[in-house]
Ligand binder design. Structure first.
Ligand code: GRF
Length: 231
């Protein structure tokens, strides 16, 4: 899959995020905290879950954020489910979709609609240990380091261009739980940072590689970018 492009931001405007979750929501919490503290120029416009009782939904509502659950059983196909999600994202004018512990695969249609505008966090150093139970995979394999990866989402499972990674050691006495906890603290740091780079329009995808541009003025930016900067 070939990727290319750079998201063009309007200066002064906060990036609107749609966060998709299935469970605990600690990454969602980190994103909300960063947003509320002004550490990222982004707001969580909507949280969507495929699990009605997900803790992440309650957490969002506690912060006054609209949080909606969509029951997969009420949708005949994955495409139908995704169409309902896309409708909601559009209604809330979402510009970047953040997967934060969302346990469903997205349809190619969804990925096409939000091409290069979907991020995911994975608890391993991709391309090592994709898929489920990444921390368990790392321990069983005997890896000496693991970590977490923020990547753009493409049609594969954890295969999209890598934006940012953090490395943590795997210790001899690690359990899946202890390694997961060590990795999680870094997840909470790099997800907001990746969102901020996107919000600043500094990420550019060329093929499989994601480049991070230095900060520049809108005028310099307009010269270098492939699109126009909005007024
Ligand atoms: C995290 O470990 C993330 O890397 C993975 O799912 C987990 C979600 O945790 N994709 P939380 O719901 O954000 O606490």
């Amino acid at each position: 899959m070939e990727h290319s492009g750079r998201f063009i931001v309007s200066s002064g405007k906060k990036l609107r995020l749609g966060v998709l979750v299935s469970g605990r929501g600690s990454n969602l919490q980190a994103i909300i905290d960063a947003s509320e503290a002004g550490a990222i120029s982004a707001v969580v416009a909507i949280v969507i879950s495929d699990v009605a009782h997900a803790r992440a939904l309650r957490l969002a509502r506690n912060h006054g954020i609209e949080a909606v659950s969509i029951d997969p059983c009420l949708h005949a196909t994955r495409e139908d489910f995704d169409a309902t999600v896309i409708d909601l994202l559009r209604k809330h004018e979402v510009e970047l979709v953040c997967l934060a512990g969302f346990m469903r695969l997205l349809s190619p249609h969804f990925i096409g609609e939000y091409r290069n505008r979907i991020m995911n966090i994975h608890p391993a150093l991709l391309p090592a240990f994709p898929g489920l139970h990444a921390q368990r995979q790392a321990i069983r394999y005997g890896a000496k380091v693991s970590g977490c990866t923020i990547h753009f989402v493409d049609e594969g499972v954890d295969t999209g261009p890598i934006i940012m990674q953090a490395v943590v050691p795997v210790l001899d006495d690690d359990t899946e739980a202890s390694l997961s906890a060590r990795i999680l603290t870094y997840e909470h740091q790099i997800y907001p940072r990746a969102i901020q780079l996107f919000a600043e329009g500094r990420l550019e995808i060329r093929g499989r590689r994601v480049f991070c541009h230095e900060t520049d003025t809108p005028q310099q930016y307009a010269k270098r970018a492939w699109g126009a900067v909005n007024p």
